[in-house]
Structures are given as structure tokens and as C-alpha cells.
Design a protein around this ligand. Sequence first.
Ligand code: NIG
Ligand code: ZN
Length: 411
Amino acid sequence: MTKLFTNIKELIQIRDASIQKVSGKEMGVLPTLKNAFLLIENGLIKDFGLMQKMPTFTSDETIDCAGKMILPTWCDSHTHIVFAGNREQEFVDRINGLSYEEIANNGGGILNSAKKLQATSEADLYTQSAKRLEEVIALGTGAIEIKSGYGLTLDAELKMLRVIKKLKENYNIPIKATFLGAHAIPSEFKNNKEGYINLIIDEMLPKIAAENLADFVDAFCEVGYFSVDDTDRILTAAKKYHLIPKVHVNQFNSIGGIAISTKHKALSVDHLEVLTDEDLTDLKASETMPVALPSCSFFLGIPYTSVRKIIAANLPLALATDYNPGSTPSGNMNFVVATACIKMKMTPEEAINAATINGAFAMNVSNEVGSITKGKLANFIITKEIPSYGFIPYSFGSNLIDEIYINGNKF
Ligand SMILES: N=CN[C@@H](CCC(=O)O)C(=O)O
Ligand SMILES: [Zn+2]
């Protein structure tokens, strides 16, 4: 089955397969072709080039894209879309003056979501989560990472990971599962954090590995949650099961989370709203991808990640949503890209690179998605008629998506 897309006003993010991520100044370069064609075959990108040089193809279907642009679907490398219910009440509490920290200390926050999730059946949790996944695919996400971490008991963590497994089976986009048992200390272990870490290491990890339920491991390395030593213990234990770390660090405090994560060769370190010079030095000596989550800063009113410092240090950067019920109840990557430009002063080129090729790297799916590359999945966004790709972040809040293609089929 072949499909030919012709007269594409601009074909965005064309790359050779050898490019897996872009760093520093390279982030400001977004390779494109104006007036292009794109040929797909059996769900994969087969060929692309300039219209003037298009060979004669016999395709099953031809789609005229005059005035429209094509770019790879967004790669959202950090989400928590498997959750039960919502935390709208906490949103109102924050409007009325309580802080995120105060809400968490009063038994709200992650523990509130854990209580709801524990009381929700696996079937119901699947239905709620699948709805969110479909919502974000329609918004242009074509590869996604999903974390556990709202279970906080062996059974509930397994329930979350089994829901992610089922999503992988039923939806045809790259989905990666991350075990985040170390998301918060459950109330039963309030005065016995060691006991909970032992549960993670001695019971959760072996069971999860035996059922092959996770690709990555995560921990919330933060004051009041898991210390650097706790994180070290968990990442060390996870290594035995070949779980690569992707770690929540530096959301509120810089406590050494980056150093311990890079020491464990983490694939990514995520949040980084607080970032010291020492953190930057540790990142520079690593292959770890820094990931910024601007929708979280927007929703909580906390500082935005200093991405200009990161890029000036010649580092790469990825952008993700952090879609979750507490700090970021939105999985809209278009908003993330716009907010990165508006609030973090990224150029449209940098933001699109961060949300596609670097996002793919941050979840180990670079061979399948993240760019318009021969042999990669035909997962792409066709825009409405727009004057330039800069219009995507510029027209924040507008829906500029005309169609989404996943594995060569309209979603
Ligand atoms: N910071 C840790 N975890 C989530 C939020 C958790 C929640 O509030 O439910 C985050 O990445 O922002
Ligand atoms: Zn998160």
C-alpha cells in the first residue's frame, strides 16, 4: 500500500537516519524542503524530495497538500496519563492560596491520586487512560512514554503497568513504560521510608521484571520525597533488571539528583526548573538528555527551566508535557511548543527539534520516530494552510492540525 503526498508547502524536520539528537547551536537549525513530496509504503516513509525532482510513482492514493505543511508527530517523552479521576479540587485550593507543597503535606497531591487509583478497577483505569491517549494522538502526539507511580502498593503499581501494557497492545504508536514506584512515600510508610524502598526493591522490581512490564525506572528525587541516596539505591537495584533510568530531578530543589542520574547513565533527567552551574557541568559530562516541562511551570506558577543556559552549554534539550492530574492536567504538545517559545525564549526551530527528534531520543525510539527519515514510521502531522512553521507556536491556542497520520493511516 503506497500513498503519495504532493505539493507540500514545507516538509519539516528531514533528517538522515544517523542523526539521533541535536545539541547547542544545532538546535537552531530545522532542515526542511519547500514544495515537496512524501511517499509512504506499508506504514513507513519510503521517499521524499522536491516536487520538481519527483520521479514517476505509481501509488495507491495521492493526497494534494497545497498550502499545507507536514512535520513528524510530537514525541512526548514524559507523561503520567494513567491516572484515576482528577484533582480539580486542589486546583481550586491553589487558586484560593494554598501551595502545591501545602496540599501535598495535607494528604493531597500524589497520595490523593494513589487513593483514587487504588479504588479504581483495572478495566475502568484502562478506559480513562485510553481516552487520554486518543486525545493526545489527535493533538499530534505519535510516540509517548507513560509512568506508573500513582499506585504505591505492589498491586496498584502492577495494575498501572498492566494498563500501560494493554495500551501498547491496542494502540499502534511507540509507547514506553516507566516504573515510578518511588513517586511518593505512601501514608502506611509515613515513618518508615526505608520499608517502602525495600518493598520497591525486594517485591515490586522483581515482579515487574518477571512480567516484563517496564522499559525504564524513575524516582522523584526531591526534598520530602526520595533523597539522592534513596535514588541511588533504587537505580542500582533496577540495573539488575536492565531498567534504564529517566529521573524526576530539580523540580523544586537541586539536591544532587542530576549527578546521581548521570552516574547511572540515565537516558533523561526531567523537570530542571532549578538548575545550578554544577548541575550543568554534570550534564555536560554525560549523554543524558535534559527534559523541560513548561506546561508544569505554567500550571503551578513555578520557574521555567533555564533552557537558554542549557543550550548555551552546547547541550541538547527535549520538551514533554508531564500530563498528570496534579501539576499538569494537559497533554497538548502544541501548547508545550508554544509555551517554550513564549516563556522560555526558544526559537520555533529549537522548540520543534526539542519536541520531535530530541523527544524521541529521551525515550529510546529514535530509530522509529522523531524525524522525516526514510525507513521511519509514517507518523506525521499535516497542518492547515499556514504561512510558516513559526505559526505553530505563534498562534498558541489555535488548532492548526488538519490531519494526523499514524503508520500511514489517518487517525
Ligand atoms: N513531580 C512529580 N510528579 C509529577 C506530579 C505529580 C502530581 O502532582 O500528581 C510531576 O512530574 O509534576
Ligand atoms: Zn512527571
